[in-house]
Design a binder for this molecule. Structure first.
Ligand code: NAD
Ligand code: DAU
Length: 353
């Protein structure tokens, strides 16, 4: 039986990837390695936790001895690496944790896999290391232009600098050791199980509770939104069909100004909650801008579409309807993740602004 290690599988995107792999590949053993930080929640996987091919391992990718013994014990045939610190605002207040998990953690995984897969006495030539990255490594666009796979790296936040660094290490292992890697860089995801510190789930949570919706600066920054299940389908395709040494951009061609997106969300929520039209928009509150805030991201995913035949299935308007329905139907989940640690962090951030 093939063994695949998915790191960060208890997080937002990781849980969608684990669910997809567990259900589509019953002949593969899927190992979910996660530290369960504030962003990792096993409730995200309650529907697959009883599947016989699913295994959870609690552990920290910063700990090389632990990672190395895990690879020796299970001899994984492939790695889909998503574990990371993922929130830009947190990277501004605590950059070192981003270096430790996103850079050191990635190099630990590369070293453990290299030791196993490139061992001259028992090489594993079919193995593959898939590193999941972000479009933020390319920096910020003005009103024109689009990120392609050859756009020069120009990260601005500690988060994007740590992801850029990890991407460089992954490529360096390919070029230096002939280590089998593939990388993808994706735009902003949204959908179910998204932790409510990020713009869309935070706004849904606050609208529901009639709390202020914090919009940074004038709300003119633009993001290119992709439904999370479309990201998971791209990851599946790239892991199985992508070429070693290659990079694939993933994006949904759904560019939205933050303020327009929030207004759309307010209209959807008013309708679904039976509120008067325009009521939720009153909650919009312009707050101090994020330091070093990138103006615009837009991603060209034509390589992935033309070479591997991937297509996003939903536009933002449709995906947002589904996402709001999910949040309104999963109040217990929202309640659990917004209590305790998260609430304290949110309150501290919000009162500072
Ligand atoms: P997330 O914060 O929701 O989940 C991250 C997961 O990693 C959590 O389950 C957490 O417990 C785990 N983790 C953190 N530190 C760990 C450590 N030291 N050891 C083991 N596990 C650890 O993140 P996400 O939004 O699902 O992002 C997943 C990946 O996709 C990240 O690598 C991120 O950079 C990338 N990405 C995210 C987006 C997006 O829009 N969210 C877009 C492009 C790329
Ligand atoms: O582009 C991919 C990246 O998208 C991923 O690599 C990151 O892991 C992910 O967090 C996301 O980064 P962003 O910084 O773009 O996402 P966030 O949801 O934090 O912010 C989206 C936009 O909304 C951004 O312009 C900042 C703004 N914003 C955010 C928050 C949390 C607000 O105006 N108010 C808020 O409260």
């Amino acid at each position: 039986m093939k063994k695949i290690l998915i790191t960060g599988g208890a997080g937002f995107i990781g849980s969608h990837v684990v669910r997809r792999f567990v259900t589509r590949y019953p002949d593969c053993a899927i190992y979910n390695l996660d530290k369960l930080t504030y962003a990792g929640n096993l409730e995200n996987l309650h529907d697959v936790e009883q599947c016989s091919n699913y295994h959870f391992v609690k552990g920290d990718i910063q700990d090389f001895d632990f990672i190395s013994s895990l690879f020796e014990k299970h001899r994984f045939d492939g790695v889909v690496h998503l574990a990371a610190e993922s929130h830009v605002d947190r990277s501004i207040s605590n950059p070192l944790e981003f270096v430790m998990t996103n850079v050191v953690g990635t190099v630990n995984l590369l070293n453990a896999a290299r030791k196993l897969w490139l061992n001259p006495e028992s090489p594993m030539p079919q193995a593959r290391f898939y590193h999941i990255s972000t479009d933020e490594v390319y920096g910020s666009l003005g009103s024109e232009g689009i990120f392609t796979e050859t756009t020069k790296y120009d990260p601005h936040s500690p988060y994007s600098a740590s992801k850029a660094s990890s991407d460089h290490f992954v490529r360096a292992y390919h070029d230096t050791y002939g280590f089998p890697v593939v990388i993808s860089n994706c735009s902003n995801n949204y959908g179910s199980f998204h932790f409510p510190e990020k713009l869309i789930p935070l706004a849904i949570h606050n609208i529901k509770n009639k709390k202020p919706i914090p919009v940074y600066g004038k709300g003119e920054n633009i993001r290119d939104w992709l439904f999370v299940e479309d990201h998971a389908s791209a990851i599946d395709l790239i892991f199985h069909k992508g070429k070693n040494g290659e990079t694939y951009n993933i994006g949904g061609n759904n560019e939205w100004k933050n303020i327009d997106l929030i207004r759309l969300l307010c209209r959807i929520m008013d309708r679904k909650l039976g509120r008067k039209e325009g009521e939720s928009e009153q909650l919009i509150t312009f707050v101090k801008d994020r330091a070093g805030h990138d103006l615009r991201y837009a991603i060209d995913s034509s390589k992935l579409q033309n070479e591997l035949g991937w297509k996003p299935s939903l536009r933002l308007e449709e995906g947002l309807e589904k996402t709001v329905e999910w949040y309104l139907g999963n109040e217990a989940w929202l309640e659990h993740v917004t209590s305790g640690q998260y609430q304290k962090y949110y309150d501290a951030q919000y009162t500072q602004r």
